[in-house]
Ligand binder design. Sequence first.
Ligand code: IMP
Ligand code: MG
Length: 181
Amino acid sequence: MIELISQQIKTADSILLSRQQIKKRVMELGSQITRDYNKKNPVLICVLNGSFLFFADLVREIKLDCEIDFLKISSYGNAHSSSGEVKVHKEPDCRLNGKDVLVIEDIIDSGLSVVYLRKWLSKQTPKSLKFISLLIKDEAASVEYKCEYEGFHIPNEFVIGYGLDYAQRFRALPDIHSIKV
Ligand code: IMP
Ligand code: MG
């Protein structure tokens, strides 16, 4: 399977979103968030692992004095099919009570992670709680969810690159590729 994917990513037509498209959208989202959180000091939470590159690029486009934190969840039973179960492996370190919290996700697929995280983080009674996801697979949603900031709506295909993996591989690719698995 890894061999097959390696073949696919060598062809330019596997690129779904180029690094230039991603960069432009990240800058737009950063400006929007900077305006919306004007005079606020939000806590920006990176959902590991998939969001690490998007997060690193986005926080530098948010021209505010922010707190940065990380949480780690897993929602997938194996490389490309959901177990339907969300587990928290690392909680944020900072206290979220009374803060403006913005959670940064790589992709919304079934929607289960976002629904779980919103409920779980709400328990810490933040002043506000919003989500941003770089990618949204509308057709894959199995639950109703809310996401305040959306990067790109994409077809229901498996994607890798720019932080997203297949079995922990391919995260470092600078473009986002759609692959057949
Ligand atoms: P959800 O809970 O089904 O919405 O899944 C969200 C998580 O599944 C994301 O944060 C990703 O880690 C992973 N995921 C979903 N679709 C893909 C994909 O196409 N490529 C890589 N990871 C994915
Ligand atoms: Mg992942």
